[in-house]
Design a protein around this ligand. Structure first.
Ligand SMILES: Nc1ncnc2c1ncn2[C@@H]1O[C@H](COP(=O)(O)OP(=O)(O)O)[C@@H](O)[C@H]1O
Ligand SMILES: [Mg+2]
Length: 252
């Protein structure tokens, strides 16, 4: 068997106040979609940030390997350059930087090469069209005055323009109306199917997953991965909640 795209081994991560992730193990192969669920405050966003190398979280144990390379101590921009992407639960507003300029910079940084402007423009137009974003948004300051749904669409636009090997989507569907969820879901499906990208989708809802093929579902409770199942686990949790896993984690 070839090695997994992402291999997380015995990962512990801390902030000043204490340890938030305890001995997490996770393998994601190229092209696979994994869903991460868990109660509020379980550490789902923390795992996303830690995988992406956010300096606010210190890895105190274990390793993160991408494509066979140990990236545990690499900076966020180096991880991005190697094909990792994290979409934020609450995207930042950046006055003075247009969405298009931001994307150009991000692609340049990721590839380390000058951008082919004509090709970029064409792709940007087509992708914004797919996401039902008005072309004028390209010239607007990144996320400034964007609605919740528009910010999430802008995140998916980044995903499709950057085309990473592995994308971590942190509650990209939260706070969206049904139409926006469908559009965002379509964007993710494009990434999954046409581009064979691997996904770690942090979500509470089944709606975004309807059109996506899910390979594995993981449950995180109090910083520990306590259970892994298949796609049907998402439905089961939505019906029965997290109680069984919380009790199991507490040894009840
Ligand atoms: N930078 C931080 N400073 C203080 N507490 C934090 C920080 N990041 C996360 N936490 C705490 O760690 C726990 C896990 O948070 P988080 O990863 O955001 O959970 P989730 O995304 O599963 O809801 C929560 O109790 C949260 O308050
Ligand atoms: Mg979170």
């Amino acid at each position: 068997m070839s090695q997994p795209l992402l291999q997380v081994r015995d990962l512990c991560a801390s902030i000043e106040e204490g340890e938030l992730l305890h001995h997490v193990n996770l393998d994601i192969n190229a092209g696979e979609t994994h869903v991460l669920m868990g109660p509020n405050g379980a550490g789902k966003s923390t795992l996303g940030y830690t995988l992406m190398g956010n300096p606010g979280y210190t890895v105190t144990n274990g390793t993160i390997t991408l494509d066979g390379e140990d990236i545990t101590n690499l900076s966020t921009d180096k991880r991005a350059a190697r094909g990792m992407f994290l979409s934020f639960q609450n995207p930042l507003e950046v006055p003075g930087l247009s969405l298009e300029a931001f994307l150009r910079n991000a692609i340049r940084q990721q590839t380390g090469k000058p951008l082919k402007i004509f090709q970029f423009k064409k792709e940007l137009e087509a992708t914004m069209d797919l996401l039902q974003m008005d072309a004028s948004y390209a010239d607007r300051d990144l996320n400034v005055g964007f609605s919740g749904g528009e910010k999430k669409k802008a995140e998916i636009l980044q995903l499709l323009m950057l085309n990473p090997k592995l994308a971590i989507l942190d509650e990209t569907d939260s706070g969206l109306d049904v139409d926006a969820v469908r559009t965002v879901s379509k964007g993710i499906e494009e990434f999954q199917k046409k581009r064979n990208g691997a996904l770690l989708v942090i979500t509470h809802s089944t709606k975004i997953l309807e059109s996506l093929h899910v390979d594995y579902t993981h449950v995180l409770v109090k910083g520990k991965l306590v259970h892994t199942g298949d796609a049907s686990l998402v439905e089961e949790i939505n019906e029965r909640g997290f109680e069984q896993f919380v009790n199991a984690a507490a040894g009840k």
